[in-house]
Design a protein around this ligand. Structure first.
Ligand SMILES: Cc1ncc(COP(=O)(O)O)c(C=O)c1O
Length: 400
């Protein structure tokens, strides 16, 4: 943009400009390298034929209503289906508790516009989803990370941080967390930590933003209740999405939460309605299919990719490296020896044949330089093996 307009744009835009583009954030670094960076569904997972039919049906049945602001009866049917499904999962998604958004990305920004003023403190897991970090930064939040392990956020550490903040007279506005199949760490929060986290939220009086974008994609083990299902004091905002179970291009997500907050969030979201025609079309599609069956089907595709990636890591990575073994979701989190700085190896890794994401973009404080996030959702198993071999080759050559 240059200096000419800097003083004319908002403080939010200025913050975004000042933050710049961290190394390795998005973008292809080598065209024929395996895209381990994309958090995309695998291409064959899209039900193209059924969607073509649903598109025609929505136009025939809803006619002009499908194309107006806000949408017609079929768009409403989509909202009702989502609300019913959330309620089946124990999310208490009655009328007034749910707001459909333009992907869960808009759910995150709506939560920010509802809750944040410049300078407010929020807590996140370290590492956390880089898109959320970016958005929290855009809204002027001060961000503090709390470490996690394979069982989710370290709630004892969280308590220590909360106590320290209380002594300084600071109350965090909210904690942003991904209890299921964490992006990027792949961890799932244990039941004991879920309960402890909610106790802490009550004791220290903050809201919890639970991002469950991957929650329905479990490949092993038993489902655990979401934080909103366990919460008895109505302080959890639960974010969901159609992106990973159907298609991100529809841009459909939702927030389920306390009625007064949802009502206010709805008033702040001035956009003519969330994708009215897309909701009509997806509503028609969902009416015709068994969504649970579809999810079981794609989980088989994701499970075989995850297993191929884990086998490949086991076979090729040198000693001193460690990785998560996620029960679901899209991501593997690779920890390399402390002496390795991935940010300087990305170009070599791309040249060798893989495009992973560097760990530091997932931390509010530039840690994670010896971590890589590998997304196994998109490439097929052979490609995953090729990509992981490329990473192993470069890492082996750079371990001191
Ligand atoms: C944890 C998490 N939350 C939210 C999103 C945004 O997803 P969408 O806006 O497509 O629902 C993503 C996308 O990758 C994600 O990984």
């Amino acid at each position: 943009m240059g200096d000419r307009y800097y003083d004319l744009v908002s403080k939010r835009a200025q913050r975004n400009m000042d933050a710049g583009e961290p190394a390795g954030w998005g973008g292809d670094r080598a065209a024929d390298a395996v895209p381990l960076n994309f958090g995309f569904p695998y291409p064959d997972s899209y039900p193209i034929d059924s969607l073509i039919k649903a598109c025609a049906t929505a136009l025939r049945e809803d006619g002009a209503d499908a194309l107006r602001y806000g949408g017609g009866p079929l768009a409403q049917e989509f909202d009702d289906l989502v609300a019913a499904r959330c309620s089946e999962r124990g999310l208490r998604a009655g009328e007034g508790n749910i707001l459909v958004t333009n992907g869960s990305a808009q759910a995150i920004s709506t939560v920010c516009s509802l809750l944040l003023d410049f300078g407010d403190l929020i807590l996140v897991e370290a590492p956390t989803y880089m898109g959320a970090l970016r958005e929290f930064g855009n809204y002027g939040a001060e961000i503090r990370g709390v470490d996690l392990d394979g069982d989710g956020i370290l709630t004892d550490e969280l308590q220590r941080v909360l106590e320290e903040l209380r002594e300084d007279g600071v109350r965090p506005k909210f904690l942003y967390t991904m209890p299921n199949f964490h992006n990027p760490a792949g961890s799932t929060m244990s039941m004991q930590r879920r309960r402890h986290l909610l106790e802490l939220a009550e004791e220290y009086d903050f809201l919890v933003v639970e991002d469950d974008a991957y929650g329905e994609l479990r490949y092993d083990g038993e489902d655990l209740p979401s934080l909103r299902a366990l919460d008895e004091s109505d302080r959890v905002l639960h974010l969901g999405s159609m992106s990973k179970i159907l298609a991100p291009g529809f841009r459909l997500g939702w927030i389920v939460g306390p009625e007064p907050l949802i009502e206010q969030a709805d008033r702040l979201k001035v956009d003519g309605g969330t994708g009215p025609f897309v909701r009509a079309m997806v509503g028609t599609y969902l009416r015709e299919i068994d969504l649970d069956e579809r999810i079981r089907h794609i989980c088989r595709g994701y499970r075989s990719r995850r297993d191929a990636a884990l086998n490949s890591l086991q076979e090729h990575m040198p000693d001193g490296c460690d990785w998560s073994e996620p029960e679901g979701g899209y991501f593997l989190w690779l920890t390399l020896p402390e002496s390795v700085d991935v940010t300087v190896l990305l170009a070599d890794i791309a040249e060798a044949g893989a495009n992973p994401l560097p760990g530091n973009i997932f931390f509010p404080d530039d840690r994670g330089r010896n971590n890589l996030r590998l997304s196994f959702s998109y490439p097929d198993p052979d490609e995953l093996d090729r990509g992981i071999r490329a990473i192993a080759e470069v890492v082996s050559a750079n371990i001191k």
